[in-house]
Write a protein that binds this ligand. Structure first.
Ligand SMILES: O=C(O)CCC(=O)C(=O)O
Length: 281
């Protein structure tokens, strides 16, 4: 990959709110991730499946040390470095798997630090790294995004309720604006093992899965440049950090250690606030 391409990819991330780095995972880790996620999904209770009808599932990566390998995946970290983020910090991750014949995922954004006066800054504070384990299309529930909505007001912002509310997660009312098709949305179709990187402020959703196969994504949350943020924000981020389970193998703990979000200062952290104020432009 040449620097010119990465400059374009960086530009796309900053202006459109998302970008794709192709072919990041190799067949061997993809195989391992499919096996582990299938096992985890098979253990979901009927109650959990009902509660997560729209997302499909919401299983923390802390349940299996295989995810340490993914979090510290060298090709992904190299990709982030080539975008200008050489010291990214991880906080959390989830297995989100839409079963065959499942409804759309609701529109939402994930950024939750709106009390920060720099919340509308040009530089992303938080990025999702999404790895789809199958090729995705509109038919099997590919990601949809509204380009530019990480920075600009969109009519949909005013119509959304809190992301992951019970009503949205259970997809009990598909007439809500959160489940609508939007005139300015685009499909993000990828191959299994590509890496989708997105600004956590971008409006995103997914199509319904009309296929006969599961469509699994593993979403990892990274903060690309924590040191550039104010201390109250650093404290907020550190507070969201997943605890590495004590019983994980030493090798997994060592992989994770340099990537964990930490804040050792004494300043009061900002509080969780997922309500985006209107920006006025
Ligand atoms: O299921 C998907 O395609 C997207 C998942 C998602 O929105 C998220 O992880 O925030």
């Amino acid at each position: 990959m040449t620097t010119v391409i990465l400059k374009e990819i960086r530009e796309q991330l900053l202006t459109q709110g998302y970008c794709i780095i192709p072919d990041v995972l190799d067949p061997s880790i993809l195989h391992k991730l499919r096996q582990v996620t299938e096992g985890l999904l098979a253990q979901q209770s009927a109650e959990e499946i009902k509660r997560q009808r729209s997302t499909g599932s919401m299983i923390s990566i802390s349940v299996d040390p295989v995810f340490a390998e993914l979090i510290a995946w060298p090709k992904a970290l190299e990709g982030l470095a080539s975008l200008g983020y050489a010291d990214p910090r991880f906080t959390s991750g989830y297995v989100i798997s839409k079963p065959s014949q499942s409804p759309r995922l609701f529109w939402h954004y994930d950024y939750a630090c709106w009390d920060d006066p720099n919340g509308f800054g040009d530089v992303p504070q938080q990025l999702f790294l999404m790895y789809y384990l199958v090729d995705t299309t509109p038919e099997n529930g590919c990601l949809r995004v509204i380009p530019g909505s990480h920075l600009k007001d969109n009519p949909l912002h005013a119509e959304l309720e809190e992301a992951h509310s019970r009503q949205l997660a259970e997809a009990t009312n598909m007439e809500l604006p959160a489940f609508s098709l939007r005139p300015d949305e685009i499909n993000v179709e990828v191959k299994a093992g590509d890496l989708v990187i997105g600004d956590s402020r971008i409006l995103h959703a997914s199509h319904s899965n009309e296929s006969n196969e599961r469509r699994t994504v593993i979403t990892l949350w990274f903060h690309p440049d924590m040191q550039a943020l104010t201390e109250p924000v650093q404290g907020f981020i550190a507070g969201m950090s997943t605890k590495v389970p004590e019983d994980w193998p030493q090798a997994a703990k060592e992989m994770m250690a340099p990537l964990l979000a930490r804040y050792d200062g004494e300043v009061e952290p900002l509080k969780w606030n997922r309500h985006r104020p209107a920006r006025g432009c």
